[in-house]
Design a protein around this ligand. Structure first.
Ligand code: DP6
Length: 325
């Protein structure tokens, strides 16, 4: 059969997804909003081949570990069922997301796999159906089907829990600086972390209500190209997500001393008049939402307190592209 390749970019959540009402289908507790990033992406080639005795999967030219291979095969089963085929696949994936950056590579990975896998199986899915498919691999992947600002409606079932673009072409200045605090694998992955927070934080329902209440104000900020409001809401939402983890019983922490030093610096820079805002995911790295003109000032302030730190710049990026090899 014919091989197809897809390229999907990763995304940063401005309103976070942090909990599932359905573990299998991955239906979230909140609607989330993200920005797709240009610089970080995954490219995946899929070919279904009747001669294969099982799925053969490589990531960056290396065979995957058994646990990850199983996860991909289960995802491929969704495609096989839909396409009514039972052939195994050859999957070659190359990650252009710096592993150290702590940006969810599962988002770009499952979005690219959904795109290449469905095309290689002969399915001709709409973008919404690709989003629904990618969601079942990793929730954040549902958003990486689209470029620019994207909203994933929490919905109530497979049909209604789907992402759609809010603003595909971002023609106003906004960027994300990722400050790399640690390149060690996370202590608790996002899947386990969100489950913990949901079950063990006494304020979890409050987080859900507050987060869903921020959707409209975030949409307005995006429509009005209002970096200050967008950043303020994103920072607040990220801190509230981390607060759930900190008050869970038992508590758990993604942010380290260095993360807090950076968050404090962001607040100091804001006091001095800069539009800079922090957001953090399931790891210690801090991502700074800012205006591209302010990069030199932010970088030099960071290097003053943390001379060894490394910083990656990212700008708004496009949605999924798929082509035949
Ligand atoms: C903190 O999408 O990686 O980055 O659906 O269990 O695979 P699974 O989780 P994942 O979680 C992302 C969590 C987050 C926030 C976000 O991207 O919305």
């Amino acid at each position: 059969m014919v091989a197809f390749t897809a390229r999907a970019h990763t995304n940063i959540a401005l309103l976070k997804y942090w909990g599932k009402v359905d573990q299998q289908l991955i239906i979230p507790t909140t609607t989330s909003i993200s920005l797709t990033l240009d610089e970080f992406y995954t490219e995946t080639t899929v070919e279904f081949d009747p001669a294969l005795p099982n799925d053969q999967i490589t990531l960056d030219q290396q065979p995957l570990k058994e646990k990850d291979r199983h996860k991909i095969s289960i995802f491929l089963n969704l495609i096989r069922t839909q396409a009514q085929i039972n052939t195994f696949a050859r999957v070659q994936s190359v990650n252009h997301v710096p592993t150290a950056a702590g940006l969810a590579s599962s988002a770009s990975a499952f979005a690219a796999l959904a795109g290449a896998g469905s095309a290689a199986a002969g399915l001709n899915l709409s973008q919404a159906d690709l989003s629904r498919l990618a969601r079942q691999g990793s929730g954040s992947a549902s958003r990486s089907i689209f470029g620019g600002f994207v909203q994933w409606d929490r919905g109530t079932d497979h049909q209604t829990s789907v992402a759609h673009p809010l603003q595909e072409n971002v023609d106003w200045p906004i960027q994300l600086l990722t400050v790399i605090v640690s390149d060690q694998p996370k202590k608790i992955n996002s899947r386990g972390g969100m489950q913990n927070a949901m079950q063990n934080s006494p304020f979890y329902q409050n987080w859900v209500e507050r987060s869903n209440g921020l959707v409209k104000p975030m949409q307005t900020a995006i429509n009005q190209h209002d970096l200050a409001t967008l950043g303020t809401i994103a920072e607040q939402n990220a801190l509230e997500m981390h607060a759930q983890n900190m008050v869970a019983n038992p508590p758990f922490f993604y942010l380290t001393d260095i993360s807090w030093q950076i968050i404090n610096l962001v607040q100091d820079l804001r006091q001095s008049g800069l539009q800079v805002y922090a957001t953090m995911d399931a790891g210690p790295n801090v991502k700074i939402i800012s205006h591209p003109d302010d990069t030199p000032t932010i970088k030099s302030a960071l290097f003053k307190i943390l001379p060894e730190i490394s910083i990656q710049v990212a700008t708004p990026g496009p949605g999924l592209t798929v082509w035949q090899n």
